[in-house]
Write a protein that binds this ligand. Structure first.
Ligand code: CMX
Length: 470
């Protein structure tokens, strides 16, 4: 508790200070004064872990029997909505307010996390530090982590050869996940387990695998992009750029705005508490002590589904189909008819609705703000803005949709498209790269806290019928 109260107090003070021009300079004193071990994320973690292990032990022994709610037949039949069943430390989702990363909302992260340029978007490395330690890092700490990640980003040649074994037009997510599976060959966790590592030390090779994986996924992802769409002309990593900037660079985009977009994109897509398909899958597979590569590859396969991460691809393709049929200057009335046409053909409107959220996704809002700042007149942005007005009333009229508001995927495609990344089929790979940060952060804590094998109980319809009529 002390751990989080501390974070929350510091966050509040810094948040308040960030809003007051006169106080902005004094924000610095709230950041931890750095020494060389402060710059090392692993040393920071090893200090925090015993404290958190003790906290979990106390929670179990003092409150283990406290009830958290009732399980209804609806919950069992309804994809476990609302059923509390997982421990996930790095972020928490509120149905109305949206995601908080270790207690910080997206606007707070935009204010408090270090940026690559003054007043710019948060750097994903800063978010990684925050997710792992619960502390807002200094710019020095973030720069040191950027350097560490760059030093881990060398990809063995067999990874590229494995990807090349697939047809060049195989779905980018298939190529990306295949690359991640090939990276698994170098798993430190697997090697340590084979050597008989003591369970109290599991987190250490899990940390090494996770940091290596986070460092390497942008390189593999960029390779897939260049292989598929740029005649295989690979762009090497820049030796001084940060994580988000380098990812944009390796994809082939060097404008300052696209680099800023990539920093924001990776930060906001990284983590969304534990119950979504990709995060839950990573956590579940990891609970069998499968190493971080195996766990993350499994997570990616869940992300590749159209009701989850693939929705970002579907949104852009759907928007293009609207334009193809009705033109760019479509009226709201025409748009409404098109939405009904989609629904009446038995399809979902991609980018709208959510399993937990009941208001507009703050990840959508910050992308909308980015668009209003950098591309207010872009016709695709104008169309997305029109959809924001047209779709929610239609979904509400449908009568069964619990959340008619847009989610993260409704906006990301038009921003990427504006800067020249127009290949919609590739979009979920960008989501996948981002998710490595959230899923791997939690995997490290899963091993540090010694969380057990996940094994919920399933029942048959007959069991439920008997129970219900008893
Ligand atoms: N378009 C049409 N119908 C929708 C809808 C949408 N955008 N959102 C929900 N519905 C429908 C559901 O399909 C369901 O219909 P049935 O009862 O006939 O099966 C009904 O409304 C109730 O669903 P819900 O409880 O409101 O939503 P769920 O928690 O079951 O599903 C989600 C959530 C995201 C799968 C759903 O809203 C959806 O399919 N949205 C479109 C796809 C999408 O944007 N996914 C990305 C989500 C964010 C992410 O993970 O990246």
């Amino acid at each position: 508790m002390v751990f989080f109260r501390g974070i929350s107090l510091i966050s509040k003070l810094r948040s308040h200070a960030a809003q007051q021009p006169g106080l902005r300079n004094s924000v610095r004193w709230l950041q931890v004064q750095t020494s060389s071990s402060d710059l090392d994320l692993r040393s920071q973690l090893s200090e925090l872990i015993p404290e958190q292990q003790e906290r979990l032990k106390k929670l179990k022994s003092q409150h283990g029997k406290v009830q958290l709610g009732n399980i209804t037949v609806d919950m069992v039949l309804g994809g476990m909505r609302g059923m509390i069943g997982l421990l996930w430390e790095t972020s928490l989702l509120d149905a109305d307010e949206g995601i908080r990363f270790r207690g910080l909302s997206i606007p707070e992260c935009q204010k408090l996390l270090p940026a690559a340029k003054s007043g710019g978007e948060p750097m994903p490395e800063g978010l990684l530090w925050l997710l792992l330690t619960g502390k807002v890092p200094t710019k020095e700490q973030v720069d040191s982590l950027s350097k560490d990640l760059r030093s881990r980003a060398t990809i063995p040649d067999y990874v590229y050869k494995t990807i090349e074994g697939l047809p060049v037009d195989a779905h980018p997510m298939t190529q990306f996940t295949t690359g991640v599976m090939a990276l698994q060959v170098q798993s430190e966790f697997q090697k340590a387990y084979e050597k008989g590592i003591h369970k109290s030390k599991y987190w250490e090779p899990a940390y090494e695998d996770s940091l290596n994986l986070i460092a390497q996924v942008p390189v593999v992802a960029a390779y897939v992009y260049r292989r598929m769409y740029k005649k295989g002309q690979v762009i090497p990593m820049h030796d001084s750029l940060d994580y988000g900037g380098n990812f944009a660079h390796m994809l082939g985009f060097d404008s300052a705005e696209m680099q800023e977009l990539m920093r924001l994109y990776v930060t906001i897509h990284s983590d969304h508490e534990g119950g979504n398909v990709s995060a839950h899958t990573g956590h579940l597979v990891g609970s069998a002590l499968s190493d971080p590569y195996l766990s993350f590859a499994a997570a990616l396969n869940g992300l590749a589904g159209p009701l989850h991460g693939l929705a970002n691809q579907e949104v852009l393709l759907w928007i293009k189909s609207v334009i193809e049929e009705c033109g760019e200057n479509i009226t709201k009335e025409q748009l409404k008819d098109y939405v009904w046409k989609t629904l009446n053909s038995g399809k979902v409107v991609p980018g709208f609705g959510h399993g937990v959220l009941r208001k507009t996704d703050p990840r959508y809002m910050c992308q909308r703000e980015f668009a209003m700042k950098h591309l207010p007149d872009d016709p695709l942005f104008q169309l997305v803005a029109k959809l924001y007005e047209v779709v929610p009333p239609v979904l509400t009229e449908l009568g069964k949709v619990k959340n008619p508001w847009p989610n993260v995927d409704a906006h990301s495609g038009v921003l990427l498209h504006y800067y020249g990344l127009t290949e919609a089929r590739y979009y979920t790979v960008l989501f996948g790269v981002s998710r490595a940060i959230g899923i791997c952060s939690q995997l490290i804590w899963d091993r540090a806290l010694g969380l057990p094998l996940e094994r919920p109980k399933s029942v048959t319809m007959e069991w439920l019928e008997k129970k219900a009529s008893a």
